[in-house]
Write a protein that binds this ligand. Sequence first.
Ligand code: UDP
Ligand code: MG
Length: 340
Amino acid sequence: MIGRGTDMEQVKEVRRSAPVLNERGLAMQVSRPCLSVVVPLYREGRQVRQTVAALAEVFRSLDATYELILIDDGSPDDTWQAITEAASRYGFIRAVRLSRNFGKEASVCAGLEMARGDAVVVMDGDLQHPPALIPEMLRLWRQGDADVIDAVKQDRGKESALSRIGANLFYRSFNALAGQDLKNASDYKLLDRRVVDAWLQMRERSVFFRGMSAWLGFRHKQVYFAVPERQNGASSWSTLKLVRLALTAVTAFSTAPLHLVSAAGAVFAVFALILGTQALYLKLTGSAVTGFTTVILLLLIIGCVLMFALGIIGEYLARIYEEVKARPRYVVAERIEPER
Ligand code: UDP
Ligand code: MG
């Protein structure tokens, strides 16, 4: 494998197999670089230039070959134009434009499928995942005792109290239901080629990158970073999008809610038995009173529980429906590949 092993070996390997790309990368492009960096972009027209420049600077300091994969997730702004301009300047850029906005998870998936590196870094395109961390991640990976380097948030940066509470609630329930602690985990990761290949074998339509990477196992190591503030544009995650992602995450990783429905059924059956026996006893002994309020309350409670239960089953049904349709996870409209 290129670039892995002892330090001496790496240097020799890299020199023998591929020289470092120059700024335009022409004629120096190798079929299989050491490092691929995958960046999903949505409405980042004003940000792309800065992000690519920051990455180019980091790349220059690496003793490894590299490629940058930019995914335009169907942005309505000038993101694609900015990508095209960047690609004409830097020869290490490969890019695709998706035919519409498929969501960040699908874009990451598109990037992982394109990536050819022995190590693949996935990061946000708004510089909230500092590129300066890449050399450290690469160094840890090269030590050879970890297959995934997770960049873990030291803190969650500036965010509203509501989104902090929402995130906490999600991580707690996800941990309880799916048995995975994703708290402070981010989508900023370095994955070894073996992990990427294993990841790509998971063929589900609704993708949850963080959860799927954790589910795969392998040997993990952590690096820590503070989340800087976004410089341009705004976060494109609406509350609805976040709730949808949380639902995908939970339904993809746990069937516990379905079991909860059965458990609720069992608890209600016990109550029904006790109340039923009591009612029958009162009736037989002739001391039954007209319990209008009780009946109304019971009706309301049972009505709610039934609706809730149907809703949970509906969520899973919807997922099965999405999966059996087996549509592609994303559709590519345009591609940029550097000249060789
Ligand atoms: N993104 C994307 N598709 C989307 C939404 C976001 O590719 O539908 C990208 C976005 O361009 C950025 C990354 O995903 O590079 C993280 O998005 P954002 O900064 O909005 O999320 P936050 O930092 O608020 O979690
Ligand atoms: Mg961001």
